[in-house]
Design a protein around this ligand. Structure first.
Ligand code: ATP
Length: 330
């Protein structure tokens, strides 16, 4: 697990709109190792999807501002849309939400798969369709789904069909963007486990699993990265971040969960008061400071990313003095 599939250094990607710049991805640094599932979490609007889309396309008004992104030897921030297209499905792929809902209800799943494959220049010959059938079997779907219409499938079944086609060329890196959000709890677990199985079988080499639900990440992620209002907050192995969060925002997220694999007894379950700041033309300083119970004057300055331990980094001026005691009352 030492070889890096993805290396992201000081990435900045902003939406340039009439009123100015929405600083949605602002100084993000992390890597993704071969064989790893990295969970990416944070409240709505914190930049998770923007970060993901900066790896797969160049679409205005999103603009790359600075930083470096190396994806298995490709410097992807320097690439244009045509070059991105060549990487899609084989090097990088995305499992989108609701992909099948946008598909015509009068066409069969077989047609959906063939249409999508053609869009990517893949021949849909017999060998290809046999591979599709094998993969359907891997995600516990009978090949008869090929002859059904999307409206005949449950949300979880649709998401598994989309997962099969997104991973059909064994991508190095897959982005799963909120693939479980619209599903009921048991389907969520099932779909997430299927993704982990594809990784275990080395069909996919690495994945970023985006969600605002930390409890689902606890089940499948090797490491978790937390973003807050476009900034990096914290990254650490899953057990470490859940047991010893260092950023006050991570701590608040963990504390607001009723249970995340571990029961924290006798602890007040607190939501996080307030809302994240608007990212349009936002200035310096820790973006969490208005909601942070520990904010001090120093937090008017943008915190730097510091190493807590191997594989554990945090951006908070006070991480050392605050420690990691989850039972601290806030
Ligand atoms: N096309 C756009 N033009 C301008 N601003 C945008 C655009 N798309 C997103 N944003 C802004 O960028 C910020 C980050 O949004 P993004 O969708 O990446 O967050 P997210 O964490 O994925 O949220 P969610 O969990 O709701 O999907 C938000 O402030 C959002 O309003």
């Amino acid at each position: 697990m030492s070889e890096n599939i993805l290396e992201v250094k000081n990435l900045r990607a902003y939406y340039n709109i009439l009123k100015g710049q929405v600083k949605a991805v602002d100084d993000i640094t992390f890597n993704l190792k071969k064989g790893e599932i990295l969970g990416l979490a944070g409240e709505s609007g914190c930049g998770k999807s923007t970060l993901a889309s900066s790896f797969i396309s160049r679409k205005k008004p999103l603009e790359y501002v600075s930083g470096e992104v190396d994806l298995v030897g490709h410097e992807i921030m320097k690439m244009d849309e045509a070059e991105f297209k060549k990487l899609r499905l084989k090097t990088i792929s995305i499992i989108p939400q609701y992909a099948l809902d946008a598909f015509s209800p009068t066409k069969k799943i077989r047609t959906f798969i063939k249409d999508l494959a053609h869009q990517h220049g893949i021949k849909t010959d017999r060998a290809f369709m046999e591979k599709v059938e094998e993969r359907l079997d891997l995600v516990n779907l009978d090949k008869s789904v090929l002859n059904r219409y999307s409206i005949e499938l449950s949300g979880g079944m649709k998401q598994r069909v989309v997962m099969v086609i997104s991973t059909i060329l064994d991508p190095d890196f897959i982005i799963a963007d909120e693939i479980t959000s619209a599903l009921d709890v048991s389907s969520q677990r099932f779909v997430a486990t299927m993704l982990a199985n594809l990784r275990d079988l080395e069909i996919i080499k690495s994945a970023i699993f985006i969600t605002h639900d930390l409890s689902i990440l606890y089940q499948i992620a090797d490491r978790i990265m937390i973003m807050y209002a476009g900034n990096f907050a914290e990254i650490a192995p899953t057990d470490e971040i859940v047991a010893r969060p260092r950023h006050p925002y991570t701590r608040a997220l963990i504390n607001s969960l009723p249970k995340v694999g571990i029961q924290y007894h006798d602890k007040r379950l607190s939501g996080i008061e307030g809302t994240p700041p608007h990212l349009l033309n936002i200035g310096d300083g820790c973006r969490f400071r208005d909601r942070c119970p520990y904010a001090i004057e120093k937090c008017e300055e943008t915190p730097i990313r510091e190493k807590v331990a191997d594989n554990h980094y945090v951006s908070c001026w006070r991480w050392q003095e605050l420690g990691s005691d989850l039972n601290v009352e806030e």
